[in-house]
Design a protein around this ligand. Structure first.
Ligand code: SAH
Length: 259
């Protein structure tokens, strides 16, 4: 049975292009996995079972795309992604793409969430981690299963309100939310063992680098139309080491707040 599920997942994988975008929204032209589209929205009795199976396949796809960190994959398997998107989109919650969450923003793609968190988890899992760009709260929920303490900042008020309520509903008590400009970080809670930025700026704000503990790591997309993931490790009070990773596409990091 598990083997069959895995084969199905592999079959989808063959059809799907490698994906690494935060903003790409799966619309016409992309192959649609068989079955679940009809089942999820219309059959509430099957919702739990169906979404569990789809989530397992999603995790298998992420693993096949090269992320193989047990704690991160376990967390992806634990978080019901369909609860973070509009009901009308629930049937697409376990596809590879980003999906709209309103206010011009998107829920991060599972692969990119896993990739960034796994990169922060080497050589060991950090304890206290800050996220910039809560959005719908999905990545924060995944993070809550991997890290001891999660702090997350969102600049769009309605998204902040929605994510906060949802995370509270899910009783994820190790997550603290802040409404504000994440480019300023969260000074009162610093230093952080790791920081993950879910929106792309032209450069990484120095304020965030200053809020890293020595030895701490930040991962962020950087750029405008051509974006790359950047990993920065703080080596001393005044030295940071920067490594460029793969190309990605995220929504922009913007200053200030939107009410
Ligand atoms: N982590 C989210 C990704 C949401 S998309 C998820 O799991 O789906 C990125 C989010 O970053 C958007 O909600 C956007 O409003 C937010 N954002 C952009 N600039 C920001 C800033 N300066 N401070 C805080 N949030 C910001």
């Amino acid at each position: 049975m598990v083997e069959r599920v895995k084969k199905n997942a592999d079959a989808w994988l063959d059809k799907l292009k490698p994906a690494n975008s935060n903003t790409r929204i799966s619309v016409g032209g992309r192959p649609v996995p068989p079955g679940p589209q009809q089942v999820l929205p219309g059959a509430p009795n099957n919702l739990g079972l169906t979404s569990d199976r789809l989530r397992m396949r999603m995790v298998e796809r992420v693993r096949a795309q090269g992320v193989d960190h047990a704690a991160v994959l376990g967390a992806l398997a634990s978080v019901a992604r369909h609860r973070f998107v509009d009901q009308a989109l629930a049937s697409r919650a376990y596809e590879d793409g980003a999906l709209p969450i309103g206010h011009g923003q998107t829920i991060s793609q599972p692969w990119v969430v896993a990739r960034m968190l796994a990169a922060l988890c080497e050589p060991e899992i950090p304890r206290k981690v800050l996220e910039i760009g809560t959005g719908c709260g999905y990545q924060a929920a995944v993070m809550s299963h991997v890290f001891a303490q999660v702090f997350t900042i969102e600049r769009v008020r309605p998204l902040y309100d929605m994510a906060k309520a949802r995370l509270q509903d899910m009783a994820l008590r190790n997550v603290q939310c802040l409404f504000g400009d994440g480019m300023l970080g969260w000074g009162a809670k610093a230093p952080f063992d790791a920081i993950v930025v879910a929106a792309a700026g032209l450069s990484i704000p120095q304020t965030l680098l200053d809020q890293l503990a020595i030895g701490g790591k930040l991962i962020a997309p950087e750029g405008d139309t051509n974006q790359r993931l950047i990993m920065v490790t703080r080596q001393s009070s005044r030295e940071w080491m920067r490594v460029e990773l793969e190309a990605v596409r995220f929504v922009p990091l913007r200053p200030g707040v939107q009410t």
